[in-house]
Design a protein around this ligand. Structure first.
Ligand code: N01
Length: 581
């Protein structure tokens, strides 16, 4: 039986009145060396919550749930924590949100004790930070590594999820089945690598690597002829460093990209101390922004079309000199008005022309798309790299890559012979990782069926027909248009508060009401339609994966979204249906 939960009152009382307190560990637990530290004979065990993934999202959810007394077990395909930062080890990988803001805010001690060394932390430092978080809050004891969740099935009879987990790699052992009241998908928005289905791919005689599945030992490009396919953020970060190592580098560009300088460097100790003097204040101010960071360098609330050309140029130059994603905060209509957008786009093209020596190469590097419509890149020497004698740009916008041959890459009648191909070709974003898991909700409906025409959620947190299943930074939430760590923490707290409240009021299930979900999807689309975002072939729209439904997946605007989430909860989870089991 289901009923809408109205108002904030309920039976209340101690959390564990219903006997739903922590249960024992389940499945296998491997320590960091991969050694098994708990027996494998836990097939069939039960926990309150299964968490899928152990990146920033999985760890945040695990911590929030445990601190509220829930038993939880996280399953992670990788051999350690880190998620995105565990897999994306390509040269040059680093965050493009300032490190001091690209970090967790739930613990004052944690944020005071951790020392970032650079304005934009490199991958290995972020990974060390995530490992530190796991150790400091003793999270590993509830994580099974080398463990891939292959299916999750909701049982109508008992209101429980049955989750099947298979061992990966050296883990060995059999698949285990775990039963849980709740499942939290902390599977990441950009975790499902996309390697285009190039003809002849398997015939290539050299090495191939995708930036999102980079070998742990690194790749030595010394003396090699290298191809990089793709010029999004991963390509822009890796190309300058690969160019320094390789004998020859050929970059295959389908769409030219806008990149703003990072001006990365050591973090100023005074700046760090000033932030730590009121870290809570910075976190709170960031939550009031559209993107969850950057409150120290706020957007300019003026139209680019209402100022003189001189003022505009000065503003663009100031922001260019500061660097980073806040460049697009120069005026308030840059992502709303095509004329305003073209002004800042042309400013960047002029920077490219001034940087790249060969005018023909410079023109090829000048993007013609709306700036910001695909995610803006933040670079360190990207355009300069094309002045190197060992670097060549191949434009495949008009004529695609025909095939991969044993020797290299053929475009038309030219074969570019290489020893290594780097696929910087991105991800099946936002839905790809979920699609790889066989998720079945009520009435035998799979998530694949429910999302056949594109993802549909309520708040990006829940899907109608899939009770007690939560998606962290799911489609329909601001997620990838924000500082991911802020969005992740926000969802982790919302979910933990939600399941706690459910227990307090003696309810067993919560699920999105179909009509509320439809209204939310319409709202997400309506917000996007007021902007220039839907106007180009971005991964926000799923346009990078052939056959994927073209739907603008993220919601624009963190601050108003956070208010909506809080209101929904305060209003007794308005738009959700609660059931007694
Ligand atoms: O992937 P992308 P990414 N033939 O999808 C090209 C985050 N991130 O890994 O634009 C030829 O952006 C494709 O061309 P086109 C960040 O959110 C953050 O770089 O589709 N080319 C494009 O150039 C980012 O947005 C950081 O025409 C093909 C490229 O491959 C997101 O992850 C660092 C092709 C893919 O670019 C994804 O970035 C890295 C084909 N068949 C990533 N198929 C930070 O800085 C695809 N391409 C924090």
């Amino acid at each position: 039986m289901s009923m809408p939960l109205l108002g904030g009152s309920g039976p209340g009382g101690a959390l564990w009145e219903d006997g739903g307190g922590p249960t024992g560990p389940v499945g296998w637990i491997a320590d960091r060396s991969g050694e098994l530290v708990v027996d494998l004979q836990a097939d069939g065990d039960t926990v309150d919550v299964v968490v899928v993934g152990a990146g920033f999202a999985g760890l945040s959810v695990l911590h929030q749930l445990r601190s509220r007394g829930f038993s939880a077990r996280a399953f992670e395909t990788g051999s350690d924590v880190g998620g995105t930062w565990y897999w994306n080890r390509y040269p040059g990988a680093r965050c493009d949100v300032p490190s001091m803001e690209y970090s967790l805010g739930f613990s004052e001690e944690l944020q005071q004790e951790w020392q970032w060394t650079e304005r934009y932390a490199p991958q290995d430092e972020i990974l060390r930070y995530i490992e530190h978080v796991a150790d400091r809050f003793d999270l590993r004891r509830d994580i099974s590594f080398d463990s891939r969740v292959v299916s999750a099935t909701f049982g109508e009879a008992d209101g429980r999820w049955t989750v099947v987990v298979e061992p990966v790699g050296d883990n060995g052992g059999e698949a285990v089945t775990v039963t849980a009241q709740f499942v939290v998908m902390a599977t990441g928005c950009l975790s499902s690598a996309n390697v285009p289905d190039f003809a002849g791919l398997d015939s290539f005689a050299g090495e191939t690597h995708h930036t999102g599945q980079w070998p742990h030992g690194g790749v030595d490009f010394t003396g090699k002829r290298v191809a990089v396919i793709g010029t999004g953020s991963s390509g822009v970060q890796s190309i300058p460093i690969i160019a320094e190592q390789a004998d020859e580098l050929v970059v295959f560009q389908r769409t030219a990209t806008y990149a703003v300088p990072a001006h990365n460097g050591p973090l100023d100790p005074e700046e760090q101390a000033a932030i730590k003097g009121d870290y809570a204040g910075l976190r709170a101010a960031n939550r009031e922004t559209v993107v969850g960071f950057g409150s120290r360098n706020p957007g300019n609330d003026t139209s680019a079309l209402e100022v003189t050309a001189e003022e505009r140029l000065a503003q663009f130059e100031r922001r260019w000199a500061t660097g980073g994603l806040q460049f697009l905060g120069a005026y308030n209509d840059l992502l709303l008005d095509p004329a305003a957008n073209e002004l800042i786009a042309e400013f960047v093209r002029d920077k490219i022309r001034a940087t790249v020596d060969d005018p023909a190469v410079a023109e090829l590097l000048c993007p013609r798309t709306v700036i910001g419509c695909k995610r803006l890149c933040v670079d360190s020497g990207y355009y300069e790299t094309f002045n190197r004698p060992n670097v060549r740009l191949v434009d495949v916008s008009g004529h695609p890559i025909d095939e991969i041959t044993p020797e290299g890459i053929r475009v038309g009648d030219v074969t570019y012979e290489v020893d290594v191909i780097v696929f910087a070709t991105g991800f099946d974003a936002m839905t790809g990782a979920l699609a790889r898991i066989d998720i079945t909700g009520r009435d035998g409906q799979t998530l694949g069926q429910a999302w056949a025409a594109g993802p549909r959620t309520l708040l990006g947190l829940a899907v109608a027909g899939f009770p007690n299943l939560f998606t962290v930074t799911g489609p329909g939430s601001p997620s990838v248009l924000t500082n991911m760590v802020v969005s992740i923490e926000h969802h982790a707290e919302w979910i933990a508060d939600c399941v706690t409240r459910l227990r307090e009021v003696g309810q067993e299930t919560i699920e999105a009401d179909p009509s509320a979900q439809e209204a939310w999807v319409a709202y997400v689309n309506a917000v996007a339609s007021f902007t220039l975002y839907p106007g180009c072939n971005s991964w926000y729209l799923g346009a990078n994966v052939p056959g994927k439904p073209r739907v603008f997946m993220p919601l624009i605007g963190f601050a108003p979204y956070a208010v909506q989430c809080a209101d929904v909860a305060a209003d007794g989870y308005r738009g959700f249906v609660l059931g007694a089991g």
